[in-house]
Write a protein of this length. Structure first.
Length: 90
């Protein structure tokens, strides 16, 4: 089952986001199991929204790449997960 993930990170800058993105998704290519990724500025930091084919795929990505990249960029963001009921793509 697909899952949605929202990362809201207070105090995070575009430079930090770009640093993490470059490390974990070089060439702006989706990671295996990732269906959708969007990131942008929020009122007090940065927000990322992703859709994954499964929670296992997201957990592998976090364990193998994202966790270390976030730590290296000094980003502390706790993800919020939800089950995707409907996903419409073009």
């Amino acid at each position: 089952m697909a899952i949605g993930v929202i990362f809201s990170a207070a105090g995070v800058t575009q430079a930090q986001y770009d640093q993490v993105l470059k490390e974990v998704m070089p060439g702006n290519k989706l990671a295996p199991g990732m269906l959708y990724h969007v990131g942008g500025p929020a009122q007090n930091g940065w927000r990322v929204f992703e859709v994954w084919e499964s929670r296992d795929a997201m957990d592998r990505f976090f364990h193998d790449k994202l966790g270390a990249a976030l730590q290296k960029a000094n980003v502390n963001a706790q993800p919020e997960f939800f089950e995707v009921h409907n996903l419409v793509q073009s």
